[in-house]
Each structure stands twice: as structure tokens, then as C-alpha cells.
Design a protein around this ligand. Structure first.
Ligand SMILES: CC(C)(COP(=O)(O)OP(=O)(O)OC[C@H]1O[C@@H](n2cnc3c(N)ncnc32)[C@H](O)[C@@H]1OP(=O)(O)O)[C@@H](O)C(=O)NCCC(=O)NCCS
Length: 161
């Protein structure tokens, strides 16, 4: 069943393979190793992978300004990536996207949602803490930025039961 919800002036809808190009563009705004549209296509073709796009109402449909991609296996979910366009941040869109993932996992009776986040990514860590995630582990030297500098990852978990 298609999920389509509206909050404030934005709509959230499930991701489709046809979104791959715009997802690659949004991803490239922030990540040192951007994922290509082919990589998004391949991920979205997997039955365990799902996600949501957020679109401003009033804009032409098909122009997401943020998205989240997740994987579900057995009774656990994992956030693969999330990004909101720079000009659209701090309007609650990241939270709406994460809420959509949490709703789906609740509906599927999943037990927990996991993610990894770069230890210096204060905006993302603040968002996840606000949503009830807590740190359950760490991976030293997990990420490398465009200049080759290394940083660690926090592993975070949100209980769903
Ligand atoms: C992380 C990200 C998705 C958040 O998206 P967003 O739409 O700006 O987040 P929201 O507006 O829904 O914020 C929800 C809450 O998260 C926290 N938060 C978000 N951005 C924050 C920031 N820059 N500083 C402090 N807290 C922040 C706040 O508690 C905020 O609530 P508030 O605005 O009422 O204070 C966005 O910053 C982004 O795309 N970053 C680049 C990609 C990235 O780092 N992804 C995460 C990889 S693990």
C-alpha cells in the first residue's frame, strides 16, 4: 500500500527506482563519496531496501528535496543514508523522513533500527538523539573525507518495541 502523508507544506512518499538520478544529486551535496544513480537504482531494486522522498507542495511533482534510504532484514532495520537539500534544512524534513521509516518498521513489527553516523556530524546526531536513538558502539577511523582525513563512526540504535 502506498504511503502518502502531508505535514506542514511537504509531502512524504515512497522512493521509486525512477528517483535514482535526483537521489544521486542530493547525495552529492554532502558526501565525500557520492553514490551514483546506478548505485541508487541497484539498491532500490532490492526487495529489502526501501525509502521515502520529501517534496515541497506546490512544486512540480517528482522533485524531492530530501530522502532517506533504509534496509530491512528479519526484524531489524538499518538507515543506509539520509539527506536533505542544504536550502531546505531545519524545517523538520529530516524528522519527517525518519518518522516515515519508523512508522513502516513499526507496522512490520520490527524490533530495532540501527544506523552509523560520522562522529563529528552534529546535526545528524542531534536529529537521531531527538528521535530516541542511543549509541551502542563505535567504529574508529571508519570514514575518510575528500582530503583523506579519517574520522570514526558512532553506531546508534532505536528500540521499536
Ligand atoms: C541530518 C539532516 C538529514 C537533518 O535534516 P533536517 O531536515 O535539517 O533536520 P530537521 O529540520 O528535521 O531537524 C530535526 C531536529 O534535528 C536536530 N537538528 C537538525 N539539524 C541540526 C543542526 N544543524 N544543529 C543542531 N541540531 C540539529 C534538531 O533537534 C532539530 O529540531 P529543531 O529544528 O526543532 O531544533 C541534514 O542536516 C542533512 O542532510 N545533512 C547532510 C547529510 C547527512 O549528514 N546525513 C546523515 C548521514 S548519517
Amino acid at each position: 500500500m502506498a504511503l502518502f502523508s502531508k505535514r506542514l507544506e511537504h509531502a512524504v512518499r515512497p522512493l521509486e527506482v525512477a528517483d535514482s538520478l535526483i537521489l544521486a544529486d542530493l547525495h552529492a551535496e554532502d558526501f565525500a563519496r557520492p553514490w551514483s544513480d546506478a548505485e541508487f537504482e541497484s539498491l532500490l531494486s532490492q526487495t529489502t531496501v526501501f525509502g521515502f522522498a520529501v517534496l515541497p507542495l506546490g512544486k512540480r511533482p517528482g522533485a524531492p528535496t530530501g530522502f532517506v534510504l533504509a534496509r530491512q532484514a528479519a526484524d531489524e532495520g538499518e538507515i543506509l543514508t539520509i539527506a536533505v537539500s542544504r536550502s531546505q534544512r531545519r524545517q523538520g524534513l529530516g524528522r519527517q523522513l525518519m518518522d516515515a521509516v519508523l512508522r513502516k518498521l513499526h507496522a512490520d513489527r520490527a524490533a530495532a533500527l540501527f544506523l552509523e553516523v560520522e562522529e563529528n556530524n552534529a546535526p545528524a546526531i542531534a536529529l537521531y538523539r531527538r528521535l530516541g536513538f542511543h549509541q551502542v558502539g563505535g567504529r574508529p577511523d571508519y570514514y575518510r573525507d575528500a582530503k583523506g582525513a579519517r574520522s570514526g563512526a558512532l553506531v546508534m540504535r532505536r528500540d521499536l518495541r
